[in-house]
Ligand binder design. Structure first.
Ligand code: ZN
Length: 608
């Protein structure tokens, strides 16, 4: 193990993989292991296992698996360096100055990825904005937040700030802190003039840092405090301004407040989505903490994918009917395809959620959330009202027809889980008071549902590739991964040539390479081994599967010894067969006797 391997090992040892993963997806105990929905494939039954005593996770459907580093790199799309930083912080371990590059990731500034550089620049800028808010320059901003009813505690919690009323406030401060102008530009915090000089992108705005689920400042939102107008009286600046998209910031996948809301979203199984930054903060202030906001966009599939890892239900909250209807239409496809329950609610008496929460309190807001209307009912009510469907049979028919057209359009071309499809049809049937079969027929006419026979074929096949491999090959590798100390017993006799099954042979190459590079076998482990693999997921899964096989039944050492003996016998037999092909029958018989006697002596399975 090299220097960087040791720090990975220290961080891994200091953390419990169950704690780390359960901060990302809900886990429930199943015997000695934990189970949860796999975030790496569209999972409907919990297919992911987390094994505390091995400190690994694996999914038996999609084959992803590995150690805690593997989980966070895959989940957050981090580099190994970012993952190390992230997990070291959780573990309370200070990192040495060097920058490990376990994955050889492309790097831009002294070995750091562009995302890391932007995240660091943003972090420094965030502190600058926070300080400005608390300085005399931030007076108007502070007054604004106080006038809206936010407490100082919340200002600090959400790291709210203020950009000075200056073209060079951040530029100058950054210069003093040795942040280069390229870094500011790359993070979208400044803009370049045609003469090459740079100026602040955020000026005289209150600042809302946008922080992701891993506590990185990925972008900023800024709001003007008063409209600036040109001589003709036209507003010259946008009320809200966001950082531009960067390698760290994808606007349509980001959610404001997710860093503080994640845990509560996981616990309640529900994410509440409001429209504005202030709405989020006010909700958290009154104790409703499973609330986030999209960044001036509608709910997208990217949001849905992110949220689906945390919860099953999304409640969209709006302050007007029009906004609600527009958002509901856009969210319809997501609702149909992404197996998220989407509900819609409106804040009463023309207030926005911020004012509502601060006036009426958390319980009143929770009441709105609890009474949200599910998407289908919401949409049907719209069509029913539009066609005044209660008035006559023909009006109802027209409304039903239009409604089903609408549903069919949303379903159309979507890869739909048959179970989901069945549930939606049942829901529509109940809503309209029609038999489910009739609804299915009407939707099929509109070309949106598949025949039920297709449904049965939609189950994913999880046939592991190792069933054809020879058990002795698996025993040996599995035993070594179960008890790395046993490597000393077989080191002399273990060669790659003994492995013939494709895949298993490749794994053997990794296993042997891993042990040969280790300085102390007693410090080796399955988690460390799979953490060292930078190969395709199937390899990780194979390692985990054969290790599980090896620990069951007979003793691990017996399996290793028996497996080695069989591997060598097989190699010997192959050799002999080739040899004997060139012999006369008499010669063959004589040779065979010698081999048989050797085998009876046993123990020595080394090839000669
Ligand atoms: Zn999976």
């Amino acid at each position: 193990m090299g220097d960087s391997g040791e720090i990975f090992q220290r961080v891994r040892d200091a953390l419990d993989i169950v704690d780390v993963i359960s901060e990302h997806i809900p886990l429930s105990r199943a015997g000695k292991e934990f189970k949860g929905l796999c975030p790496f494939h569209p999972d409907r039954r919990p297919s992911m296992s987390v094994v505390p005593h091995k400190q690994i996770f694996y999914c038996f459907v999609c084959g992803s698996g590995g150690d805690v580093f593997k989980f966070v790199t895959n989940y957050h799309k981090m580099t190994h360096g970012e993952a190390l930083k992230f997990l070291a912080q959780k573990a309370g371990i200070a990192l040495p100055e060097f920058r490990p590059q376990r994955d050889g990731a492309r790097s831009d500034v002294d070995g750091r990825s562009a995302r890391e550089v932007i995240s660091e620049t943003n972090e420094r800028a965030c502190v600058f904005f926070e300080k400005t808010l608390q300085s005399p320059l931030g007076r108007t901003g502070l007054d604004y937040f106080h006038s809206r009813g936010l407490t100082d505690e919340m200002l600090a919690h959400f790291r709210l700030g203020m950009s000075p009323d200056s073209w060079t406030g951040l530029v100058n401060a950054a210069g003093r802190a040795n942040i280069t102008s390229e870094q500011l530009l790359q993070a979208g915090l400044t803009k370049a003039r045609s003469d090459g000089s740079h100026y602040d992108a955020f000026r005289n705005r209150v600042i809302f840092p946008i922080i992701d689920a891993t506590d990185r400042v990925i972008a900023f939102g800024g709001r003007v405090l008063e409209d600036r107008r040109d001589e003709a009286g036209n507003v010259v600046e946008a009320k809200y301004l966001n950082s531009p998209e960067t390698p760290l910031f994808n606007k349509s996948a980001s959610l404001y407040g997710v860093n503080h809301a994640k845990r509560s979203i996981i616990q309640t199984g529900t994410a509440v989505i409001v429209e504005g930054y202030m709405d989020v903060i006010a909700c958290h202030q009154v104790g409703v903490t499973n609330v986030v906001a999209t960044l001036g966009t509608a709910l997208t599939s990217d949001h849905a994918r992110a949220l689906k890892r945390f919860c099953q239900t999304v409640v969209l909250i709006f302050d007007s009917d029009d906004a609600g209807i527009r958002a509901a239409d856009r969210a319809m496809e997501i609702f149909v395809r992404d197996t998220l329950e989407v509900k819609i609610a409106r804040v009463a008496d023309g207030k926005d959620p911020c004012d509502f929460c601060l006036t009426h309190g958390g319980d009143a807001f929770r009441h709105i959330i609890d009474n949200a209307t599910d998407m289908m009912t919401f949409q049907w009510r719209r069509f029913a009202t539009q066609f005044q469907a209660t008035n006559s049979v023909t009006a109802k028919q027209a409304a039903v027809g239009k409604f089903l057209d609408f549903v069919a359009a949303a379903m159309n071309g979507q890869q739909m889980d048959p179970l989901r499809q069945g549930l939606l049809i049942t829901q529509i049937a109940m809503l309209l008071g029609f038999p489910a079969e009739e609804i299915r027929g009407l939707l099929r006419q509109r070309g949106s549902t598949s025949a039920p026979t297709n449904a049965a074929q939609a189950t994913p096949s999880a046939e592991p590739a190792i069933v054809q491999s020879l058990s002795e090959e698996r025993w040996v590798l599995g035993a070594l991964l179960t008890n790395p100390n046993l490597y000393r017993l077989v080191r002399e006799d273990l060669t790659l040539a003994l492995f013939t099954t494709p895949g298993v042979r490749e794994l053997a190459e990794h296993v042997i390479g891993y042990f040969e590079h280790a300085s102390d076998w007693s410090e080796c482990s399955l988690a460390d081994f799979v953490g060292s693999l930078d190969t395709y997921e199937g390899m990780v899964n194979l390692a985990i599967t054969i290790q599980r096989e090896a620990e069951q039944g007979a003793s691990v050492e017996e399996k290793l010894k028996g497996g080695m003996a069989r591997l060598h016998d097989r190699a010997k037999a192959v050799e002999l067969e080739e040899h004997m092909r060139e012999m006369t029958p008499e010669e063959q018989l004589g040779e065979w006797k010698v081999v048989r006697d050797k085998m009876k002596q046993g123990g020595n399975f080394r090839r000669t």
